[in-house]
Design a protein around this ligand. Structure first.
Ligand SMILES: Nc1ncnc2c1ncn2[C@@H]1O[C@H](COP(=O)(O)OP(=O)(O)O)[C@@H](O)[C@H]1O
Ligand SMILES: [Mg+2]
Length: 224
């Protein structure tokens, strides 16, 4: 059974100008997949990821996650499904500004489990921050950190919840070559452990790590 399945998904935004960045996308994501989506800026890549991650409802079409039709769930059910199954690395770091690096990870774990993180989870969170070069910075607040450090916290936060589907929107942005490479290795490890990784990137070198490469343009997804 596929982990995530999109069937004829359309998204329209009604504003002063009517836009339809996703116009009939059908795709499947299997456990252990590593796939990338490329495409011009403003084409709809983030929109597609948001829908796949249950953060945005499609105008039409169906999205199934772990066998459940996400489009038929109410907001509360969708939130539960999302917090159980999905790790999301946003295009902007989107950290909670009043929480330290470590607390941002612990908060994600609390949402996942509906209870306070265990001592073991706290240790794993500290080790994850250490892996991402933030061992000395785990008690700093986001504003006290550089853009690249904040991005690495956001990545650690998505990884720590051990999600079946990891969605990463340009995760190597703001990172130097060393950390970009390290983050790619961590994402690849996730897929080797049976998690699915769906990543948007503008970088050919990172896209070439994927098992399946797609390109989104004019609302249509095609294999590269
Ligand atoms: N909330 C919104 N309301 C109206 N238009 C939007 C909204 N979000 C995105 N768009 C438009 O949809 C298109 C695709 O945006 P986005 O998915 O962010 O593209 P990408 O991630 O490929 O750069 C853009 O034209 C953008 O202006
Ligand atoms: Mg985007």
């Amino acid at each position: 059974m596929s982990l995530c399945k999109l069937h004829n998904v359309v998204k329209e935004y009604q504003g002063e100008e009517h836009v339809r960045p996703v116009d009939g996308v059908t795709m499947e994501v299997q456990p252990g997949d590593f796939l990338t989506i490329e495409g011009p800026s403003g084409t709809g890549k983030s929109t597609l990821l948001y829908m796949m991650g249950g953060l945005l409802r499609p105008t039409s079409g169906e999205i199934h996650l772990s066998g459940q039709d996400m489009t038929s769930l109410d907001d509360a059910q969708l939130t539960t499904l999302r917090s159980r199954c999905i790790g999301f690395i946003f295009q902007e770091a989107n950290l909670l500004p009043a929480l330290s690096a470590l607390e941002n990870l612990l908060f994600a774990l609390r949402l996942r489990r509906g209870a306070s993180p265990t001592g073991e989870e706290r240790r794993r969170s500290m080790a994850m921050l250490d892996t991402l070069g933030l061992g000395e910075r785990m008690h700093f607040l986001p504003y006290q950190l550089s853009v690249g450090q904040r991005r690495r916290i956001a990545i650690a936060r998505a990884l720590i919840t051990d999600s079946a589907l990891l969605i990463a929107d340009e995760p190597t942005n703001d990172l130097d070559p060393h950390w970009a490479q390290r983050v790619m290795e961590l994402l690849q490890e996730q897929s080797q452990q049976g998690k699915a990784v769906v990543m948007v990137t503008h970088h050919d070198v990172w896209a070439s790590w994927a098992r399946h490469r797609y390109y989104l343009d004019n609302g249509q997804l095609r294999a590269r």
